[in-house]
Design a protein around this ligand. Structure first.
Ligand code: ADP
Length: 440
C-alpha cells in the first residue's frame, strides 16, 4: 500500500496567537489523504474547513503538529520552491471565481502559464483546449462579467487545471451557483477525479455533494469529529469494516453476528411492529414478515397467517392489528426502495438531482406517517437532515436531535415524543433500504 499523499498529525492552527482575540481554528487534526482520493471537508460555517484547506495549499503554516505533502514539510521549502509547489502541484478553485475582470477568458486561463517556458501560442492553445473541455470554449474572447456564474466557475476550473496539478483544491466552488450550474461544475470536478485521477479536496457544507467523495471529514469547532466513508465508491484508503453508515442493522449484526442480513431485517421490522407478544408468537410473526418482505406471500395471506389461531399454526392476533401490521410492512418495504436508490444513484449524471428527489420523497413518507404542518423552510431542513442521515454524515441520534432543534438552526422544533417516532420510522426505512457493510 502506498503512503498517503497528504498527512496531518495533531495539527493546530491559531489565529492571532498571544493576542486578546486569539482563536483556535484547528485543534489536533489528523488526516491521511491518498493519491486519487476525492475528499470533502464538511461542516458548518466557521468550523475550520477553509483553514485546513489553506494549510494544505501552503499558505497557512500550522502552529503545531505535522503536515507532510508527498512526504515533505512544504513550509520548510525555500520561498522559490514553495511557489513552485503552489503553482504546479496544487490547483485551486474559489467560491467567488477570482477571475481578473480586465482580461479575456482565454487570458485568465493562460495566465498561470506565463511563468513557465511555453510560448504565447502554446499557452493559448492549451487554455483554449481546457475551455473547450469544460464547455466554455465559445466564450474565450469575452471578459468574465459577460458570462453567467456557472460559466465563470467553469472558466476557473479550466484555469485551475492549466498547469496540470496533482491536487485540486476547491473552496465551496458551487456556493454562488444555481442548481443547474452547480451540477455542471460538480460533474466537471468529478471527471477530474475519476478520469484525470487527480486528488480532490473540496470544502463544502452541502450534504447533496457528499456522494461524490470517497471520504468526508466532518469538522466542528476546529476538530475533526467524524470521518465518513462513502460505501458507494471503491475506496483507495484501506477501510476497516463497519466504517460506513452505521444503521440499526449493523448494530443488530453486532448483537447477532451469526444471523444473515435477511434475518436481521426481519428482526428489525418485527421489533418495530410488535410490543407485547410471547416469544413463540414473535417467531411466527418473524416468519410471516420474512415471507412478506421477500415477496413469497402477499398482504392478504400475511394477514390470514397473523389472524389464524395459535393452535392452528397462526399467531392469534386481532384482525385490525394484523391489518395495521400488513399495511405498515408493505409501505415500509416499498418506501425503503427509494433509500436504496438514493444510496446507489451517485454514479449517474443526474446524481445531484435524483438524490435530492429521493430525499424529498423520503420526507413525504415521514410526513405521511406523522402529520405535521411544515413551512417551506422546515421542509427544506427536513430534506437536508434526511440527505445527511442517508449519506451517513449524521447518526440516528443526530437525526433525532435535529428534529427537535429550532427551525433557525436547521431543525423542525418537534416535541420529544414526535421526534422519537419519526426518528424510529426513519431508522426502519434505513434498516430495510441500506446494505450492511459490517461483517461479523
Ligand atoms: P469554515 O471554512 O469552516 O467556514 P474557516 O476555516 O474559514 O471556517 O474559519 C474558522 C474560524 O476561524 C472562524 O471562526 C473564523 O472566523 C476564524 N478565522 C478565519 N480566518 C481568520 C483570520 N484570518 N483571523 C482570525 N480568525 C479567523
Amino acid at each position: 500500500m502506498s503512503k498517503p499523499l497528504i498527512i496531518c498529525r495533531n495539527l493546530d492552527i491559531t489565529y492571532n496567537k498571544g493576542k486578546s482575540n486569539e482563536f483556535k481554528a484547528l485543534q489536533g487534526v489528523n488526516t491521511d489523504i491518498y493519491e486519487g482520493e476525492y475528499i470533502i471537508l464538511f461542516g458548518p460555517s466557521g468550523c475550520g474547513k477553509s483553514t485546513l484547506m489553506y494549510a494544505i495549499q501552503g499558505s497557512l503554516p500550522p502552529g503545531d503538529g505535522t503536515l507532510l505533502i508527498r512526504g515533505d514539510d512544504i513550509y520548510s521549502y525555500p520561498p522559490q520552491e514553495r511557489v513552485y509547489f503552489q503553482r504546479y502541484v496544487m490547483g485551486i478553485i474559489f467560491q467567488s471565481f477570482n477571475l481578473i475582470g480586465s482580461l479575456s477568458v482565454l487570458d485568465n486561463v493562460a495566465l498561470p502559464m506565463i511563468f513557465c517556458d511555453a510560448n504565447k501560442a502554446t499557452r493559448e492553445r492549451r487554455a483554449q483546449m481546457l475551455l473547450d473541455r469544460f464547455g466554455v470554449g465559445h466564450v474565450s474572447d469575452k471578459i468574465p462579467s459577460m458570462l453567467s456564474g456557472g460559466q465563470q466557475q467553469r472558466v476557473s476550473v479550466a484555469r485551475s487545471m492549466v498547469n496540470d496539478p496533482q491536487i485540486l483544491l476547491a473552496d465551496e466552488p458551487t456556493g454562488n451557483l444555481d442548481s443547474t450550474s452547480t451540477q455542471q461544475v460538480m460533474d466537471k470536478i468529478d471527471e477530474i477525479n475519476t478520469f484525470d485521477q487527480r486528488t480532490i479536496i473540496m470544502v463544502s457544507h452541502n450534504a447533496a455533494h457528499l456522494s461524490y467523495a470517497h471520504r468526508v471529514y466532518y469538522l466542528k469547532d476546529g476538530f475533526i469529529v467524524r470521518e465518513v466513508v462513502n460505501p458507494q465508491r471503491k475506496q483507495i484508503k484501506p477501510v476497516r469494516e463497519g466504517e460506513t453508515i452505521v444503521t440499526e442493522l449493523e448494530l443488530l449484526a453486532r448483537l447477532f453476528p451469526y444471523d444473515s442480513i435477511d434475518t436481521l431485517r426481519v428482526k428489525s421490522l418485527t421489533n418495530f411492529l410488535t410490543q407485547d407478544y410471547s416469544f413463540n408468537q414473535l417467531i411466527r410473526i418473524e416468519k410471516a414478515i420474512s415471507l412478506l418482505i421477500n415477496g413469497k406471500i402477499h398482504k392478504k395471506l400475511f394477514i390470514d397467517a397473523l389472524v389464524k389461531k395459535y393452535d392452528e399454526g397462526g399467531v392469534g392476533i386481532e384482525r385490525k392489528t394484523a391489518e395495521h401490521m400488513a399495511s405498515a410492512s408493505v409501505s415500509i418495504v416499498k418506501q425503503s426502495a427509494d433509500i436504496k436508490r438514493f444510496r446507489s444513484d451517485n454514479d449517474s449524471d443526474a446524481a445531484f438531482f435524483s438524490q435530492h428527489k429521493f430525499a424529498e420523497r423520503v420526507r413525504e413518507y415521514l410526513l405521511e406517517n406523522h402529520h405535521i404542518p411544515l413551512t417551506k423552510v422546515m421542509e427544506a431542513n427536513l430534506t437536508t437532515m434526511i440527505a445527511d442521515r442517508l449519506s451517513g454524515v449524521t447518526g440516528d441520534k443526530d437525526f433525532h436531535r435535529e428534529l427537535m432543534a429550532l427551525t433557525k438552526d436547521g431543525g423542525l422544533h418537534l416535541k420529544e415524543d414526535l421526534a422519537d417516532d419519526m426518528a424510529r420510522y426513519m431508522e426502519k426505512l434505513i434498516a430495510l433500504g441500506v446494505d450492511v457493510s459490517y461483517k461479523a
